[in-house]
Design a protein around this ligand. Structure first.
Ligand SMILES: [Zn+2]
Ligand SMILES: [Zn+2]
Length: 236
């Protein structure tokens, strides 16, 4: 009888432990080996200024960043917007699944810590805001949820009200490369009462052309932020 109980208990435990990415049964809580491999961080082959990806090259500052430095002092990201990371971000975006959100938060937190950005210095954590109309439609702001990954790290203070949208804009994904660059011009405003005189960690999920971060960082600086560090999950 006890063997039968043990058998069912083992099955129940197996059902409880699944890889939050692919759903495969795993021996221990966390990602399966395949997903962990696919979700490994990208440690080289990109411009440290803007994150532009190169094939097989050590971090080198690209020409665009050399000519015209970005409005941020640092950009950290976890990996390329591709494969398992892309699937996970998209699935989370549309389902808001908690388990997947936790995996993504973990990756974001690792990316922040890996870059040595966690000095203990006091910084505000500001997620890229959604326009209220889009927020109502989607129900939650993915960047805000992701930014909770940094909660509890020394010196970091959540400040979701530090930045807001001033107008509704066409989603960047629906636009061509050229239109994306100007679509978000003056679409953000910072609250000087909150950000003036302080360094900010600006959080978003995916960086494509970088224009969202560009306009958001500029608005934060106009509002008096002393410095903006960008932290995103994926670079496409
Ligand atoms: Zn898996
Ligand atoms: Zn660059």
């Amino acid at each position: 009888m006890s063997a039968v109980v043990a058998f069912f208990r083992r099955i129940a435990q197996g059902l409880g432990r699944r890889c939050p990415v692919c759903g495969r049964v795993v021996p221990e809580k966390g990602l399966c080996q395949g997903c962990a491999r696919e979700l490994a961080p990208r440690l080289s082959g990109f411009c440290p200024g803007c994150g532009t990806l190169y094939e097989n090259e050590p971090p080198t500052v690209c020409f665009a960043c050399r000519d015209d430095p970005r409005p941020w002092s640092r950009l950290s990201f976890h990996g390329r917007y591709d494969g398992a990371l892309r699937d996970l971000i998209l699935h989370y975006k549309f389902s808001g699944a908690l388990g997947q959100g936790r995996v993504l938060q973990g990756l974001l937190r690792e990316a922040y810590l890996r870059e040595g950005a966690a000095s203990g210095e006091e910084k505000l954590v500001v997620p890229v805001p959604l326009h209220p109309r889009r927020l109502r439609f989607r129900g939650y702001n993915q960047s805000l949820e992701l930014s909770r990954a940094l909660a509890g790290l020394p010196g970091l203070i959540p400040c979701p009200a530090g930045l807001r949208r001033t107008r509704h804009t066409t989603p960047q994904a629906n636009l061509g490369q050229k239109e994306r660059l100007t679509n978000l011009k003056d679409a953000f405003a910072a609250d000087p009462g909150r950000v003036a005189g302080k360094p900010v960690v600006l959080v978003d999920d995916v960086m494509t052309t970088g224009s969202t971060l560009e306009w958001a960082a500029k608005a934060l600086k106009r509002g008096g932020a002393t410095r903006v560090e960008c932290l995103v999950l994926a670079r496409s």
